[in-house]
Design a binder for this molecule. Structure first.
Ligand code: GTP
Ligand code: SPV
Ligand code: MN
Length: 601
């Protein structure tokens, strides 16, 4: 075969973080040859390189300049309207056997899939620039930290990866020149951004990802859902740690006692908001700090679970963000932020449904069309997002760079449930908590394409992100529990109970501090609990409601367990376990029987 691999160079002398590792060089040459590009740009993550890429992106309308007085160093990107969210139906786990991918993943045979993707990638970057992004996931001095390289033909991806990961020389150095070192290979090409040629494929055994046909978020920032969760969860199981779809927050009492909490909520169910919570006035002296808002990598040390945030920035939901719901997010996105699919005002500012201030008379909607309050369409897409460095967050935890991680006192599982699930409850022990997480459900959101508002089981908020057989994943959770001498307490929460008129019964956001306070009390062994068949409930006496205007009947409703509703819920748990075709560990089947038996006591 003719060697058409081009020379490796950087245009304009910019970008010079070229690694010496032969395995990386060979791989880049191979992909350059396949995609038939002459231009290879080695990204170093430098300020100079960033400025160059922004300038190019503005020229090519990849970015739109915003009013720099209102939002300094911030830009708007409009994605293709056919490409606005993760695509679960086109996401594949390509393990040698279907069984390894398990009953909850789309499986596709690796050899055939590689062949199909090679066909699609052939010539895909002709006349385009191939960017190589070296990055690490995790704090620089953490034993959990992983090296990844992403090849992409999208400047938007490069600009976002620079915010979301620690990018450039740091990764090249960490990899070193050992040709057998562990690193993730990610290949991304926009192709023609056509849903018919959109595939997000994971090869866990090869530590490889290939994503084609999309330019949006979790489909293409391969560090995030693809590496940190799908490949990450596979590596975590084989290496004895955990990769979870969890925020990590610190909560400090007025006396200076600090706990860390990790919480798994499905996409667009409140992780970023909870991680940036500002306690209400009544909780004077309490402080919440953010370690991470989306992903937790956790390992066991001295019988305790420690967590790091592998990311370096936030890719967060924009609509609904305002100074009342999330002031820390508002401050974070006031500068140095890339906005995707929000509305543009006449004076070059960004706008979205739920933003503070007066309603607008006119704007350009997320597609760039004229928009007025009478328009049928939303101005900002419901899954419009901000990409912002975690350094922008005023509540950033001081230990966010700590390589050993932060000790986790509590794990919380939560979903969007308009009924059935109480505001908060506590599992009796670790295995019961695993059952609680394994059977959790949530109403679907705009974070993925498809219907919104349908209740579906989403175990540990990992349904779209577990890179291997879900039965083995449950077993991994049970096995981790056996190795913990001081396990985190496990809780379920639901901020989204609705009344008969469809209104939320709980104020949420900052008020969630009241629930968090009980969780911390329970961890310290001081908070009271009411025993119920599903776990310890928060009694109205133990919920601090001072200075909160809430109807007491409503409080009883959201804290309680309705036996009829739970009979249905338990039937759903059984249906879910049955649907998994025999992979569910016996221990979890027994846990279900025990809950059912407690209802009969
Ligand atoms: P991903 O980035 O997709 O993983 O989402 P996330 O889990 O970080 O969710 P996020 O915090 O961005 O919140 C998603 C949506 O839920 C936003 O529209 C929020 O305004 C809304 N939300 C968050 N917390 C609460 C709450 O406590 N109560 C209510 N009613 N809504 C909330
Ligand atoms: C999610 O959907 O859980 C996200 C956004 O965090 S994305 O990166 O698009 O997956
Ligand atoms: Mn997420």
């Amino acid at each position: 075969m003719k060697n058409i691999a081009p020379a490796i160079f950087s245009p304009n002398g910019i970008g010079d973080a070229m690694p010496q590792n032969q395995s990386v060089l060979d791989w880049v040459r191979e992909i350059a040859a396949l995609t038939q590009t002459e231009n290879i740009f080695w990204c170093d993550g430098s300020e100079r390189e960033n400025e160059f890429l922004i300038e190019e992106s503005l020229k090519q309308n990849v970015l739109i300049e915003l009013n720099q007085k209102k939002v300094p160093r911030s830009y708007l990107h409009r994605s293709n309207p056919n490409d606005v969210a993760r695509v679960e139906q086109f996401t594949f786990v390509c393990t040698p056997t279907k069984e390894e991918a398990g009953p909850t993943n789309n499986w596709s045979e690796p050899k055939e899939t590689y062949a199909k993707l090679r066909g699609l990638l052939k010539g895909a970057m002709r006349g385009r620039t191939l960017f190589v992004i070296p990055y690490i996931m995790g704090p620089p001095d953490s034993p959990l930290t992983k090296v990844g390289f992403e090849i992409t033909d999208s400047k938007y991806v490069v600009l976002n990866m620079r915010i979301m990961t620690r990018m450039g020389e740091i990764a090249v150095k960490r990899l070193g020149d050992d040709p057998n070192a562990e690193w993730n290979r990610g290949v991304h090409s926009l192709l023609d951004v056509n849903p018919e040629r959109r595939f997000i494929c994971h090869f866990p055994q090869d530590n490889a990802i290939i994503s084609v046909g999309s330019g949006y978020g979790g489909n293409v920032l391969l560090s995030k859902k693809c590496l940190a969760l799908r490949i990450g969860s596979y590596l975590a199981r084989t290496q004895g740690w955990m990769a979870e779809h969890m925020l990590i927050l610190g909560v400090e009492s007025p006396e200076g006692k600090k706990h860390y909490v990790a919480a798994a909520f499905p996409s667009a169910c409140g992780k970023t908001n909870f991680a940036m919570l500002i306690p209400p006035k009544h909780f004077k002296g309490w402080k919440v700090t953010t370690v991470g808002d989306d992903i937790a990598w956790m390992q066991i040390r001295d019988g305790q679970l420690y967590a790091v945030n592998p990311e370096n920035g936030y890719f967060g939901v924009v609509p609904g963000t305002n100074y009342k719901s999330n002031p820390n997010a508002m401050k974070s996105i006031a500068h140095d932020t890339i906005y995707t699919n929000v509305a543009l005002t006449d004076d070059g500012d960004v706008w979205w449904e739920g933003k503070d201030g007066k309603p607008l008379a006119h704007a350009f909607d997320w597609r760039g069309n004229d928009w007025t309050p009478d328009s049928k369409e939303k101005a900002a897409h419901p899954n419009s997002r901000f990409t912002t460095p975690m350094r922008n967050n005023p509540a950033l935890d001081p230990d966010v760079e700590k390589g050993e991680g932060v000790p986790i006192s509590a794990i919380i599982f939560g979903g969007r449930r308009s009924d059935t699930v109480p505001l908060v409850y506590q599992a009796f022990d670790w295995n019961h908590g695993v059952y609680l997480g394994a059977t959790m459900a949530s109403e679907t959101t705009a974070a993925a394409t498809g219907a919104v508002g349908q209740v579906r089981r989403d175990p540990m908020a990992m349904l779209p992100f577990c890179g291997y057989n879900i039965g083995d994943y449950f077993q991994h959770w049970l096995d981790i529990g056996k190795r913990l001498t001081d396990p985190p307490r496990i809780f379920g929460v639901n901020w989204f109970r609705k009344g008969v008129k469809g209104q939320f019964l709980w104020r949420g956001f900052g008020e969630n501090m009241r629930v968090l306070k009980w969780i911390i009390d329970r961890c310290e062994g001081t908070g009271g609990g009411l025993k119920s068949p599903i776990g310890w409930l928060l009694s109205p006496h133990d919920l601090d409601l001072a200075e909160l205007d809430i109807d007491h009947k409503c409080v009883a409703e959201i804290l309680g367990v309705d036996h009829e509703e739970w009979a249905k819920e338990l039937a759903e748990h059984k249906k879910f376990f049955d649907s998994l075709g025999g992979v569910v560990p016996d221990e979890l089947l027994k846990q279900r029987e025990r809950v059912a038996a407690r209802f009969k006591e």
